[in-house]
Design a protein around this ligand. Sequence first.
Ligand SMILES: *Cc1c(COP(=O)(O)O)cnc(C)c1O
Length: 231
Amino acid sequence: MGIKANLERIRDSIHTKEHELALPHGSVNLVAISKFHSQTEVQEAILAGQSIFGENRVQEATEKFIPLIAEYPQITVHLVGNLQSNKISRIVPVASCIQSIDRLDLLKPLNRHALENNKRVEILFEYHTAEDSKAGFMDDDSVFRAIESCSELEHIIPMGFMTMAPFTDDKNSIRDSFRKTRKLREACLQRFPQYSFPVLSMGMSGDYEIAIEEGSTMVRIGTAIFGERTQ
Ligand SMILES: *Cc1c(COP(=O)(O)O)cnc(C)c1O
């Protein structure tokens, strides 16, 4: 199947889930994860109406998307993979959102580069919920400290949370990982009433329906749109 047909099928199944759960149409946003896929494939998705893209590596994101953004100014790029401090200056001009904030010390330099680029960058705090991964904040307190430090950083906008469920067939542990992240959001809403944290980025090709049932407002889908990656 082609990219356009895949996108239509996924949008339909997202809308079906929204309907089932009595959520307003459009509650769940779709990020197309285009890592390892070409500019031509991304362009096909753009022409099929997709506007938010996600990449997990800074170099690939900049090489692929600087020309695409010039041609299609309506698209936005999210970084979903680990961000090293020395790559912040390169990703800031390209990304509207960094979904993979996993430590406090990224925030000040990110704010400074956003200021230099005369923009505000959205961020999600990545929460560690899967045994088989190392990414993300390991506990609630470290997330709280990171959020506290945002109060003085005017060029970053805390939008919410992101997690990756474990790679397993065990639906219960996948669901559990999404629930933990939803609970973290609830705890942060209590603690930081000045923020509304509208985004819960949860769910990939294999588990996005469970994620939506658990409150996801943003699914990140690669394989089911673009096909298998060759790496
Ligand atoms: C690759 C990736 C995805 C997409 O995974 P698929 O299983 O191909 O849909 C989502 N989120 C992150 C953080 C990723 O690295």
